[in-house]
Design a protein around this ligand. Sequence first.
Ligand code: 5GP
Length: 229
Amino acid sequence: MSIVYIVSAPSGSGKSTLVAELLKTVRKLDFSISYTTRPPRRTEQNRKEYFFVSREEFAAMIAADEFLEYADVFGNCYGTARRFLREAEQHGNDLLLDIDVQGAEQIQQKIPDAVSIFILPPDWQTLESRLRNRGSDSEEVIRRRLDTARREIENYSKYDYILVNNLLEQSCDQLKDIVLAERLLRSGARPSGEEATQVATAQACRLDQARERVQPILASFHLQTAKGT
Ligand code: 5GP
């Protein structure tokens, strides 16, 4: 059985960089390339970052039940094709999904043992400056992304792991350790040496261990810690 890893984050959290690094360093981990009706950004290539499709093509895929999940994000449709999971299973690989909070909820219902990871920016100011420095979106889109970020961050407690992307190199290592620790624990093997360190790092990122670290970040977004967390 393939392990399904879900990674969600507000845009501007550095998620794409972290995911790209993870895919370079961890073997037997496939990336699910989503379908979207959003137009490609300057540097994006069809079939690499996304499959860029028309609304009609997307609707036809929904009608044919080709999606494991799909959602409307920022006014565009995004969806995970079922075939990526099928192919990962055929190859004995695990599968990584980079999807939003709505998609994560759908996957958690369908695949309850999926591993979910939420990436948080260090604070509101950092997120805002990252979005502006990207230079790819209009002011209106930036505002909308910041508003959406606040709403997405409110859902952090639905995830198994919380990763605060402060220092890129450290966050890359933490993400890798979460992936490898889950593989190890599910294999039933006893962690030894370096593996034990990976398990400990992953453990420190688990939701119940991360609550204190999350509080000042939520405060910078004018959010309260969720009830019971
Ligand atoms: P962007 O347009 O910046 O590439 O992505 C916007 C948001 O859509 C991100 O939060 C990203 O994780 C999410 N997203 C990308 N692909 C999918 C997908 O297949 N399903 C869902 N639900 N969200 C997706």
